[in-house]
Ligand binder design. Structure first.
Ligand code: GDP
Ligand code: MG
Length: 436
């Protein structure tokens, strides 16, 4: 994966007390290859590498105490910048309703994302109206109605005999009359960009005068997603992009190139098929995720939503201090369990992408829990105590094998190391920030 390629490029820099221009160049050569392999646009890669090099070879970095980490920090910052820097918020029209037009190719996730967006807006105390403007795809209207039902948001549909333009027009009137403040137009897509599609979308745009034209693209399609974004942007002047299927096995190329190529920000990321799997796109967090530092902030935010707030705060504090104990591991595993799809969450933990074994199923998780629960308080606080005898006892106590116990402890130590590195970096960044 991109994360592991980048990590191996950086591992060589990380430990060193001193680095020179040659080793920065060498690391950047690997970064360049990793990005290209992840399907990042060629020109974007070229510019990116040039920028990082220029900054990394600067005196400040090479003379700093931990030049390796400084280079990673520069890469992190530049990746963040590449993806737009800040979170791009969804528009609010000065006069309600705000009209959002969802466009994109067939199968990109427009209809699903329209439902997700409605849910997201409701959480912000908005009143969205879903509008069925896709009259071509069989069952598209029904699909939107089902989603609306699940979200508890009204759906405006006029069947498949009325033109999308007319549907949009009447939907706007309906929204005004019913004091709904967001109108989400779910439009049709085709398998490929064609003139008929663009003409229709332009007509809808003409009557609906959208405040947002959001392109929904499938992140899994990599470089294609970027090309699609480029053409839609040229035809329709997008206001933003929603990348879907970022939960899948994407190589990251689309996320990294879209903003640079189109100039339009990624506003949301689709992280799964469920209705709550839509997140505002945070370039800084995505950069950290790509760099394999995990997305601790997203994880904490999720935890705060679903889990007891006190505990989450404590976990955040400890993680920030680079502390990581077996008890914390157990706690976070148990909390995560309440949060739904385990694999999504595991991916957010630093270093987890390295540890495929920990991509556990529920059964495996139960065994892991049992191992920690079979440790004494002292052992949990001090892993050094875990000698062969103790490990044997723990295996017996948890109904596992010594090999399993050994494997888990090893993984735990690796996680702990990653936590330390992560917190070390954020410490440094904080200090630097405080100086400004
Ligand atoms: P449309 O043709 O653009 O309206 O696409 P749909 O909304 O019908 O979605 C096509 C497929 O993609 C459906 O099976 C969705 O469940 C799936 N999908 C949409 N967004 C996501 C996402 O963020 N992650 C995953 N894994 N699947 C998604
Ligand atoms: Mg659809």
């Amino acid at each position: 994966s991109l994360a592991s390629r980048l990590q191996s490029a950086f591992d060589k820099l990380r430990g060193r007390g001193k680095i020179d221009e040659a080793s920065v160049n060498e690391a950047m050569r690997e970064v360049r290859l990793a990005l290209l392999e992840a399907d990042v646009n060629f020109k974007v890669v070229k510019d990116f590498v040039a920028r990082v090099k220029e900054r990394a070879i600067g005196q400040d970095v090479l003379k700093s105490l931990t030049p390796g980490q400084m280079v990673i920090k520069v890469v992190n910052e530049e990746l963040t910048e590449l993806m737009g820097g800040n979170v791009a918020k969804i528009a609010v029209a000065p006069k309600a309703p705000t009209v959002v037009m969802m466009v994109g190719l067939q199968g990109a996730g427009k209809t699903t994302t329209t439902g997700k967006l409605a849910k997201y807006l409701q959480k912000q105390n908005r009143k969205p109206l879903l509008v069925a403007c896709d009259i071509y795809r069989p069952a598209a209207i029904k699909q939107l109605q089902v989603l609306g039902g699940q979200v508890g948001a009204p759906v405006f549909a006029l069947g498949d005999k009325v033109s999308p333009v007319e549907i949009a027009k009447q939907a706007l009137e309906h929204a005004k009359a019913n004091h709904l403040d967001y109108v989400l137009l779910d439009t049709a897509g085709r398998l490929h960009i064609d003139e008929a599609l663009m003409d229709e979308l332009k007509q809808v745009r003409e009557v609906a005068k959208p405040d947002e034209i959001l392109l929904v693209v499938d992140a899994m399609t990599g470089q294609d997603a970027v090309n699609v974004a480029d053409s839609f942007n040229q035809q329709l002047e997008l206001t933003g992009v929603i990348l879907t299927k970022l939960d899948g096995d994407t190589r990251g190329g689309a996320a990294l190139s879209v903003k640079a190529v189109t100039g339009k920000p990624i506003k949301f990321a689709g992280m799964g098929e469920k209705l709550d799997a839509l997140e505002p796109f945070h370039p800084d967090r995505m950069a950290s995720r790509i760099l394999g530092m995990g997305d601790v902030l997203s994880l904490i935010e999720k935890a705060q939503e679903a889990v007891d707030e006190e505990k989450a705060k404590q976990m955040e504090k400890q993680m920030r201090q680079g502390e990581f104990t077996f008890d914390m591991f157990l706690d976070s595993m148990q909390q995560m369990r309440k949060l739904g799809p385990l694999e999504d969450l595991l991916g957010m933990l630093p270093g987890m992408n390295k540890m495929k074994d920990l991509k556990v199923d529920e059964k495996q998780l139960g065994r892991t829990e049992a191992i920690v629960q079979s440790m004494t308080k002292a052992e949990r606080a001090n892993p050094d105590l875990l000698n062969a005898n103790r490990r044997k006892r723990i295996a017996a106590g948890s109904g596992t094998t010594v090999q399993e116990v050994n494997r888990f402890i090893k993984q735990f130590e690796e996680m702990k190391k990653m936590m330390k590195q992560f917190s070390g970096m954020s410490d440094k960044m904080n200090k630097k920030m405080n100086k400004l």
